[in-house]
Design a protein. Structure first.
Length: 149
């Protein structure tokens, strides 16, 4: 078998070829999750598939005081050209990443928020005055810290 894989923070790929059977497969995935087991299993059904994790428990939305929400409003840099913009409208917070649509985020605790459109969570880290200094984005099993600009 000849194979190769690769990935970035948002995708993963696998390509393999079984010379004897003259069978080739390509597996593409739009997350950073490892999909090599799927490629190997397609080439050789005796290769085991990794068990699928059960879905995350349902998240419960809570209300957070609007004064506390104001401490999170701002720009958080994940990289030189990729910024998470947090905005507030009344008692609602929104997230808009560079080049992406804006989504409402929902409080699970006073500092931890989640999206309903995708499986992603934001945890705000606050200083002594209560103002957020950074936000940790958890998505696809990875934590990425974005510092406030």
């Amino acid at each position: 078998m000849i194979w190769h894989n690769g990935g970035t923070g948002g995708s993963h790929s696998f390509a393999g070829f079984d010379r004897k059977r003259r069978v080739a497969v390509v597996v593409l995935h739009n997350s950073a999750a490892n999909i090599d087991d799927i490629g190997f299993h397609l080439l050789d059904p005796q290769f085991p598939l990794t068990p699928v994790k059960p879905p995350a428990k349902p998240r419960t939305e809570i209300r957070v005081d609007t004064a506390a929400l104001e401490h999170y409003v701002g720009q958080y840099a994940l990289g030189p050209a990729f910024v998470l913009a947090i905005t507030r409208e009344g008692d609602r917070l929104f997230l808009q990443a560079t080049g992406q649509p804006r989504f409402q985020i929902f409080a699970e605790t006073e500092t931890r928020f989640f999206l309903k459109m995708v499986d992603a969570q934001l945890t705000f880290v606050k200083d002594a005055s209560g103002k957020a200094t950074e936000v940790i984005l958890n998505q696809n099993g990875m934590d990425q810290t974005a510092k406030r600009k």
